[in-house]
Design a protein around this ligand. Structure first.
Ligand code: 5GP
Ligand code: ZN
Length: 118
């Protein structure tokens, strides 16, 4: 996917604030965070959305999400956690390379379902 920004970020062509990386995934800080520590799990192999994501990768994404939620909660001492994944423009997807949002939540942070990427 020649001009996919998340392909370039995930594969290290464009530098990013990386929290975790392995052969298949990179976890980065979101550029327009909904809250402190808002991060994104990116598979290195392009899939536009959950429909295109191989099942095996989907399973690994959830395991990584669990791991990162634990680490971020320990590091940031947040009070709760949202894990969100948007598919299609109507659902709020703005970057068409599958990604999972990891959103630490804090008492009184005011983040709601109306949150839109900045
Ligand atoms: P979506 O709306 O597609 O579910 O989420 C896209 C997310 O990617 C948004 O939260 C937005 O802030 C973030 N984002 C868009 N472009 C970049 C970028 O170049 N770098 C990083 N780190 N995040 C980005
Ligand atoms: Zn891509």
């Amino acid at each position: 996917m020649g001009d996919c920004i998340f392909c370039k970020i995930a594969n290290g062509e464009i530098p990013s604030a990386t929290l975790y990386e392995d052969e298949e995934f990179r976890v980065i800080l979101d550029l327009g965070p909904a809250s402190k520590g808002h991060s994104l799990i990116l598979p290195k192999k392009h899939a536009a959305n959950i429909y295109e994501l191989p099942e095996e990768t989907a399973g690994k994404v959830m395991i990584l999400a669990k791991k990162m939620a634990g680490k971020l909660t320990d590091a940031l001492n947040c009070d709760g956690f949202n894990i969100v994944q948007n598919n299609g423009e109507i659902a709020g997807q703005t970057v068409f390379h599958f990604h999972m949002h990891l959103i630490p939540r804090y008492e009184g942070d005011g983040v709601g379902l109306t949150w839109k990427p900045g």
